[in-house]
Every structure is written in structure tokens, then in C-alpha cells.
Design a protein around this ligand. Structure first.
Ligand SMILES: Nc1nc2c(c(=O)[nH]1)N[C@H]1C(S)=C(S)[C@@H](COP(=O)(O)OP(=O)(O)OC[C@H]3O[C@@H](n4cnc5c(=O)[nH]c(N)nc54)[C@H](O)[C@@H]3O)O[C@H]1N2
Ligand SMILES: Nc1nc2c(c(=O)[nH]1)N[C@H]1C(S)=C(S)[C@@H](COP(=O)(O)OP(=O)(O)OC[C@H]3O[C@@H](n4cnc5c(=O)[nH]c(N)nc54)[C@H](O)[C@@H]3O)O[C@H]1N2
Ligand code: SF4
Ligand SMILES: [Mo]
Length: 685
């Protein structure tokens, strides 16, 4: 059977997969392309179930009847483009580009870059990705501390990894693979996670921390390292600025105090701190759990400070400057970055509400406020499901429903799409001709394997709409010319690439290397590592991290609720695919032993979890080893078979969250890990 190499475009990992084709050239199965060392996940590997899914949106849909009523009419693409151009065009005329809300969710490089171009060319500042819910707290704090966004690549040199609030065995198998290799070479793995996982099984030391207490642990480690004299004196004397302030800030964090604050045994805190400081080079791999609290920016700062104290920066095997992809997808030429003026960018809703003006992205909450007060009148969500993934799901749905015009570009009638006026069916990467730029400089041609489809690629849809809004000049009349534009810098046309299949390669190295910062200074304004950031004090930001415990637990909200990402699903996506669903057929909440005893819970029971904001129902698995007093919910759940939107969202953990409270102050980091809640047993679902 013939096999064709393809590139999955569902997330920024862009794995290569092999697709087997039958005699008629139709795809029949999919497997990871092991030869290139990429590690595909269940989402990519179940693409054929998505392709032929009975629930898939296959034609453009126009709403009939009231919003959210669930009645749709199939229309042609020409009609769909007209409706889109009218809906967006009216707001452009009446309010200007500031009246548009453009939502692109988790980063998909190619689709995201063309969507960003659309925003930049129009001058529409209200474009929101997942930054405040995803990586931005940590990346910004690294930039503020070191002057660059340090990468966390585990290499052959790495001797210690602190895996902190991340579970790559579910979410990033390439990281799991690198950690396993490090372990085989004799390195040490420390895992900080309230939940036992495959990574905690692999760990030399597992610290089952109480959710939300991570900053206390970081301060405890700083104090231990400085008390023991394990710090990298040479680096700190030469380039460290603010060491005494850090020393003072972390002094109260004795082992005993840190243990009491985090729920961890003092001897384990000490052992892990010693490995981090003394078994070098090491890295701290801070995961998504650290991005998800009001103090996320300061947690990122604390990690950066720990890396500086231990000298684990700008060394192979430690935190280094990433090798940046220099390809035409990641280029300002494609995103038309220079088209949006700084003044226009500042018109973004919520630009000024975060304390740090370096933050380019605000929260969904700011956008919802913009809709409520009439600043935002039309919306377009591409590859995003804000109703499920932003805080406060029911409110998000309700407020999106107030837009004069809302369109959604997706594979399915998601909870977000259910609030739309127009739904546009998007093609999978098997259904359109495609180009992939390899990290080593090679260019790969990817054919369309399935052509009997009405769905169109995101790029084609964006160009179609931009053209009808009068921006033909800045977009492309057909995809051939789009690909030619992308390929121009490589001196080849799409027609030629189609013929040769692959071009070049082996010319670029993206392996991160030391930049010589330890000798010449860091890329900050004074070449120092900013252990303390006094310039932030005037903005109301702590110059060195201060831990302020979360409210609760108390008698009304006795439990701490957090959440996790499961292997089989990509956030809200995948509930319609039988193969992915088999990996987690129902929403699974992990519950600690003490809560299980209190509520009389056994595996398979259902619980209701409530917070001040709302409630959610999931099925219980009791984990004896889990941090006491905690429950961890499976994220992204909604039921594609439910009769109403509310029923469909019964298991959605963002029913419990609100970013009106406990929102990060420095950047608007989203709060969903360690929220005061109440767990109760219920009979049945
Ligand atoms: N299968 C799959 N893969 C994915 C994704 C997906 O949805 N599904 N999403 C992708 C995206 S966008 C991202 S950002 C990454 C994120 O990937 P990860 O960083 O792995 O994120 P999570 O699974 O959200 O959280 C990781 C761990 O944090 C733990 N945790 C919960 N609360 C706390 C706490 O308060 N403190 C500490 N220390 N730990 C806590 C959880 O138990 C969980 O094991 O994954 C990517 N990969
Ligand atoms: N409580 C809680 N909330 C969270 C998180 C958490 O851990 N807990 N995680 C946060 C994180 S890290 C992130 S990154 C965000 C993610 O937030 P979102 O990106 O909004 O979430 P997804 O579910 O990935 O939404 C993707 C939608 O796009 C569709 N889709 C997939 N591929 C394509 C494509 O190529 N084109 C188009 N047009 N559509 C596509 C899918 O079908 C799905 O409906 O959520 C955040 N929200
Ligand atoms: S969705 Fe999975 S298979 Fe596709 S690129 Fe991302 S990690 Fe790879
Ligand atoms: Mo994310």
C-alpha cells in the first residue's frame, strides 16, 4: 500500500505523519512518521475519524431563528462570503476596525499568521489568542529577568529536570521522550504536581504540592540555596542585580514554613533543592499549571530567579536562547506586522488594565466587557472555542450572543459555534494542498489527499473574506498565488515544488547554543540579570516575588479544585471522535482520599463541584496519593449530543472559573488552579 508523508496542522508541534492510501488514492490509515523522530498524538492520529465524522459541518451554515436555537440552513460559499462581508463590513463602516473581535485560540502557526495579517491589514486591534491562558506569564517574566525568552530544551547535557505543573506524558510526548533519555543517562527528575501521573512514576522525587502554593515552594528553594551557599557566585557577582532583595524576600521561607505552606515534607523540599542547585546543568520546565493563577507572572519570575541563582542559564542543557524558526510562516512579511500602528494597537480592549504594558494580550473578560458596553459589535472565531475554554462558560456564551454579527470557522458545531450567525466549514490538512517549512531549511510539498469536500482551508477563507471587504491587494486571489508568495524567499514556485516534492534542507541549525551572555552580559538594558525589578514597583508590581496565599479553604468552600489535560483530547476538541473518546469516555475527576472518605465516594460515582461562579458534574476516580483536600477536573468537556447548550456544558470545568476575580495583575493571567470549591456526591450524572 502506498504511503504519503503529511504534516499535521492542528497544533504548533506540526508533527509529520504517514498516511496509507488505497488503490484509489484515498487515505485508509495514519501512523506517526517515526523516521523523522516526531511524536504524534491521538488528535493527529484520529484525523480520519474527523474527516468522515457524521457530526462534521460540511457546508456553510446560516442561523435560522433565534441565536443559540440550534436551527441552521445550508448555504453556498458565495452566500456565506456575502453574509460575512456584510456582517463585518457594517461594523467596519460604523465603528471602524476597533469594533471587530477576532479570536484565534491556541497557536496554529500558518492559519494564525494569515489571521493575524487580516487583523493587521485592517488595523483591528482586538485580536485575542490564548496567551493569557497559556504561556504568556512565564515568557514575559523570563524576558523581564534575562532580556530573552529562555527555552527549556532538555538535551544530552541536562542532569536535572524540575517538571513543575506539567504532565508531558499526556500533553507533550516529545518532552516525555527527552526526559526518559535524560533519566537513562543518569539524570535526576523532580516532579511538582498534586496528581500522580506517568511522570511522577518516572521521577526520582515527586512533590505532591497543594494547588496554588507553587510560589511558596519557589521561595523556599531560593532561601535554601542561599542559606546553604549553593548559589553560582561568579555569575551573580558579575551580572546579578538585586540579590540582597531576593535574600530578604525569601528569608521567612524556612524548610518548616515552606512545608507547612505547600503540604510537602521538608526533607523532600531540601533534597530536590539540592539536586537543582548542585547537579548541573539543570532546567525548570514550568507547565501550564503555573500559567493559571493570579500570581502566574511572579511564579514565572521565581523560576527565572531560581535558574539565575543556580547558574542554570545560557549553558547547553540549561535555559538557553531558543533557535528561532527563520521561515516565511514566522515572518512579519506574512503577518504584515508593520501595518498596525502602535496607537491603533493600544485601542485593544483592556490594553491598560494589566499592570505591565509589555503584555500584548489581555483576557477574554476584557473582550466580553467590550461587547457589553458596545465597543465590539462583530466577531469572528477561527480555531477557538471560547465558550468552553475561557473563564465562566455560561457568561461567555451569553455575551458572545449579544454581538450584532458573529461567525465561527470550525469543523463542528461547538458550543461557541452554537452562538454564531454563520458557521464556516474548515478543511483538515488532508484536504488542501500545502507547504511545510522544515526547521533545517527544507521545504516540503504536501498534496491534497481528499478533494471531494466543500470545506476550505483557513487561509482560503480568510483571503475570500478579506477580498470581499475590499482588501484584495493585500491578500491573494487564489491559493496558488498565496503559496508562491510564501515560497518566494526560497526561489521556487508552487508549480515547481509540486513537481520536485522537496527542496533543500540541512542548511539551518536550530539547536539552542550558549550566546556568551555569561561573559558579555545579558540582553537587558544594563546587561544585568534582574533578580529584582525595582522599575516595576511604581506600577504596583512586586519587585521580587511575594507569595499571597489564595483565599480558603473554609467551611463554605472546603476543597481546592484544579484541572488537567487528558491524553486523548486537544482542549475542547475530540469528543466526537470514537477513537479519542475511547481514551476517556466520560469526564474524569480525580479526588483525594480525604474528600472521598468525607463524601463516601468510590470510582465511578458522580460528583457536583461548585464554586461562587457555578457548578460542574464529573465522574470520580479516587487517588490515594493525591495532595489532600484537592479535586482535579478534566478540562474541555462538552457533550456534542446534548439537547441544549447548558446541558452540553454540564461537565465543563470553566463553569467554575471567573476571570473577574483572581485575575493576574501584571498580565491578565487566568485563574483555574487551586480555586476554593465544594465537592458533593450526587446520584448519577
Ligand atoms: N493531549 C493534549 N495535549 C496538549 C493539549 C491538550 O489539550 N491535550 N494542550 C496543549 C497546550 S495548548 C498546552 S498549553 C500544553 C499544556 O501542557 P501541561 O503543561 O502538561 O498542562 P496541564 O495538563 O494543563 O497541567 C499539567 C499538570 O499540572 C498539574 N497541576 C494542576 N494544578 C497544579 C498546581 O496548582 N500546581 C502544580 N505544580 N501542578 C498542578 C496537573 O495535575 C497536571 O498533571 O499541552 C499541549 N498539549
Ligand atoms: N479551565 C481551563 N481552561 C483553559 C485551560 C485549562 O487548562 N483549564 N487551558 C488553556 C489553554 S493552555 C489554552 S491554549 C486555551 C485553548 O483555547 P482554544 O484554542 O479556544 O481551545 P480549543 O479547544 O483548542 O479550540 C480549538 C477549536 O478549533 C477547532 N480547530 C482545530 N484545528 C483547527 C483548524 O486548523 N482550523 C480551524 N478553523 N479550527 C480548528 C477545534 O475543533 C476546536 O473547536 O484554553 C485555555 N483554557
Ligand atoms: S495535534 Fe498532535 S499530531 Fe497534530 S501536530 Fe499537534 S501534537 Fe502533533
Ligand atoms: Mo495552551
Amino acid at each position: 500500500m502506498k504511503e504519503q508523508s503529511m504534516t499535521c496542522r492542528f497544533c504548533d508541534r506540526e508533527c509529520h505523519i504517514k498516511v496509507s492510501l488505497d488503490e484509489a488514492g484515498q487515505p485508509v490509515s495514519v501512523r506517526p512518521e517515526h523516521e523523522t523522530g516526531t511524536v504524534s498524538c491521538p488528535t493527529g492520529l484520529h484525523v480520519l475519524e474527523l474527516l468522515r465524522n457524521p457530526k462534521r459541518v460540511t457546508r456553510p451554515l446560516r442561523r435560522v431563528g433565534p441565536k443559540g436555537g440550534g436551527n441552521w440552513e445550508e448555504i453556498s460559499w458565495e452566500e456565506a462570503y456575502q453574509i460575512a462581508a456584510e456582517g463585518l463590513g457594517r461594523v467596519l463602516r460604523e465603528k471602524g476596525p476597533e469594533g471587530l473581535l477576532l479570536i484565534n485560540g491556541f497557536h496554529k502557526p500558518l492559519q494564525g499568521a494569515v489571521f493575524e495579517r487580516f487583523a493587521n491589514v485592517l488595523g483591528a486591534p482586538n485580536r485575542l489568542g490564548a496567551g493569557n491562558m497559556c504561556h504568556q506569564a512565564q515568557s514575559q517574566s523570563f524576558v523581564d529577568t534575562f532580556g530573552f525568552r529562555a527555552d527549556r530544551r532538555i538535551t544530552a547535557e541536562t542532569r536535572t529536570v524540575v517538571l513543575w505543573g506539567s504532565n508531558p506524558s499526556n500533553t507533550m510526548r516529545w518532552v516525555q521522550r527527552d526526559i526518559a533519555a535524560m533519566k537513562r543517562a543518569g539524570g535526576k527528575l523532580i516532579v511538582v504536581d498534586p496528581l500522580p501521573t506517568r511522570m511522577t512514576e518516572l521521577a526520582d522525587l515527586w512533590l505532591p504540592i497543594r494547588p496554588g502554593a507553587d510560589l511558596a515552594l519557589a521561595l523556599g528553594w531560593m532561601n535554601l540555596i542561599l542559606e546553604e551557599g549553593w548559589e553560582d557566585r561568579e555569575l551573580l557577582e558579575k551580572w546579578g542585580s538585586g540579590l540582597e532583595e531576593v535574600r530578604t524576600a525569601c528569608r521567612p521561607y524556612t524548610l518548616e514554613y515552606t512545608a507547612a505552606s505547600t503540604g510537602l515534607p521538608p526533607e523532600q523540599i531540601r533534597q530536590a533543592g539540592e539536586w537543582l542547585a548542585c547537579s548541573k546543568p539543570g532546567i525548570i520546565f514550568g507547565g501550564n499549571a503555573l500559567d493559571h493563577n493570579w500570581d502566574s507572572y511572579q511564579k514565572g519570575r521565581a523560576i527565572a530567579i531560581l535558574l539565575a541563582l543556580t547558574g542554570n542559564v545560557d549553558q547547553p542543557g540549561a535555559a538557553v536562547l531558543p533557535g528561532l524558526p527563520a521561515d516565511p510562516v514566522h515572518s512579519p512579511r506574512l503577518t504584515a506586522a508593520d501595518r498596525m500602528s502602535p496607537e491603533q494597537r493600544r485601542r485593544m480592549c483592556g490594553w491598560d488594565t494589566a499592570l505591565l504594558d509589555t503584555a500584548r494580550q489581555t483576557s477574554g473578560q476584557e473582550m466580553l466587557r467590550g461587547i457589553e458596553d458596545g465597543r465590539l459589535r462583530a466577531g469572528w472565531a477561527m480555531g477557538a472555542d471560547p465558550v468552553v475554554m475561557w473563564a465562566d462558560s455560561c457568561r461567555t456564551a451569553q455575551v458572545l450572543g449579544k454581538l450584532d454579527f458573529f461567525m465561527v470557522q470550525d469543523f463542528f458545531l461547538t458550543p461557541t459555534a452554537q452562538m454564531a450567525d454563520l458557521v464556516l466549514p474548515v478543511a483538515t490538512y488532508l484536504e488542501y494542498e500545502n507547504v511545510f517549512f522544515e526547521a533545517d531549511g527544507a521545504v516540503q510539498y504536501r498534496p491534497a489527499l481528499v478533494t471531494d469536500t466543500q470545506a476550505k482551508s483557513d487561509m482560503e477563507i480568510i483571503c475570500g473574506i478579506a477580498g470581499r471587504l475590499g482588501f484584495q491587494e493585500e491578500f491573494w486571489p487564489d491559493m496558488e498565488r498565496f503559496w508562491d508568495f510564501l515560497l518566494e524567499s526560497r526561489g521556487i514556485t508552487m508549480a515547481e515544488l509540486r513537481r520536485v516534492g522537496r527542496l533543500g534542507g540541512g542548511t539551518v541549525s536550530v539547536t539552542p547554543v550558549s550566546q556568551g551572555y555569561r561573559e558579555q552580559g545579558f540582553p537587558t538594558e544594563d546587561r544585568k540579570i534582574h533578580l529584582s525589578l525595582p522599575r516595576l514597583r511604581e506600577k504596583g508590581v512586586d519587585a521580587v516575588p511575594v507569595w499571597r496565599p489564595l483565599p480558603g479553604p473554609d467551611t463554605v468552600w472546603p476543597d481546592l479544585c484544579t484541572n488537567y489535560k487528558s491524553t486523548g483530547f486537544f482542549h475542547s476538541a475530540g469528543r466526537q471522535m470514537p477513537g479519542q473518546r475511547a481514551l476517556q469516555p466520560e469526564p474524569v475527576a480525580y479526588v483525594s482520599a480525604d474528600i472521598a472518605v468525607r463524601e463516601g465516594l468510590t470510582d465511578g460515582d458522580w460528583v457536583r463541584v461548585s464554586t461562587e461562579v457555578g457548578e460542574v458534574r464529573q465522574s470520580v476516580r479516587v487517588l490515594r496519593e493525591m495532595a489532600s483536600g484537592t479535586i482535579s477536573l478534566s478540562i474541555g468537556w462538552w457533550d456534542p449530543d446534548a439537547g441544549t447548550l447548558e446541558e452540553g456544558l454540564a461537565a465543563c470545568c470553566n463553569n467554575l472559573t471567573s476571570d473577574r476575580k483572581l485575575l493576574g495583575r501584571e498580565i491578565q493571567a487566568f485563574s483555574c488552579r487551586g480555586i476554593p470549591s465544594r465537592v458533593e456526591k450526587i446520584s448519577g450524572k
